[in-house]
Design a protein around this ligand. Sequence first.
Ligand code: PLP
Length: 353
Amino acid sequence: MLNYRKDLEKMPSYDGTEKDYRIKVNANESTLNLPPLVEERVLNRLSYVAFNRYPNEEYDLLVEQIAKNFSVTKNQILLGGGSSEIIEKVFLAFGGEGRKVVYPQPSFSMYKIYARAAESQAFPFDLDENFDLNVDAFIKKVKDLRADLAVVCNPNNPTGNALTVAQVEEIAKNIDCAFLLDEAYVEFYGYSAVNLIKNYPNLIVARTFSKAYGMAAVRVGYMIAAEDVTKMINKTFMPYHMNTLTLATADIVYQMRDEFVSRIQMTVAERERMFERYQNLREIEVFPSQTNFLLIRYEKAAALQEYLDNLDIGVRYFSASAAGLKNCLRISIGTALENDEVFSAIKNFVEGK
Ligand SMILES: *Cc1c(COP(=O)(O)O)cnc(C)c1O
């Protein structure tokens, strides 16, 4: 008899299996590998890794760089295996039986899973019909519930829209529980709320190298918060949870982050160009985005996804079970050629050609 942990069976799984698509725009990855100059320096750095040693120095070096960039102390930063690990640990640190977590929906599908893993009670808060967050109502809900953790993804995945920093501040100011802000896509938006941390010690900001820095394979993210908060969340991590290969790679990438500016700008320009093209397709509704993807709605989304799949184009389809996302597809921004090819395929399908 295998006695699994209570409720493990009911735990939803994140389905990470996927095809090796010719055009892969389903997971908000960068469609380009590291800039060649960065890759060269990374590979050189990896040629002198001390494989026999636990990763101490490498952890500190990366933390130091990040702290310097944000003008915060090293004790305000924690690294994680992707921001996924950071988010999971924040849910654990503020979770447990009787604890309540509130987050908007539709948003990142993993919040629900982390809430369950932490054995917290989840209270999704519905976005309006334009996927906007009613900030006052959200604050009220967090307060009325006496929630222990509020989570907001900004800009939001998968809807693409964003709160202003003033709106984020409004939330931070008016709730007194922990407030996790997931800034996975903030580089494509340009307005981070990290500077609010000094005034609002309940605010925790999670960032990742996976999206703008094209490092999804390496698994590295970080969080910034007040020193006391960081110290407590740190208790939920294993010792040496970050490996030296990841740390050394991220260290070089962070040092060379200027090399990514032009491709981030290119992605933003492409997003705007494609937004207009989709807007001109009468059959389709496209939502404004501050990220590296566009969300579209189309009445035969499931059939469209299948059609694209047959053309070896991978987009993200949201099943009817994803609240608020009926008939929605999420399309990551790739190169101009990829974006145009995806668009042409979609145009052909919806125009019945
Ligand atoms: C991609 C993503 C993350 C984190 O990804 P990692 O690869 O684990 O850093 C976190 N939040 C949202 C909303 C994302 O889309």
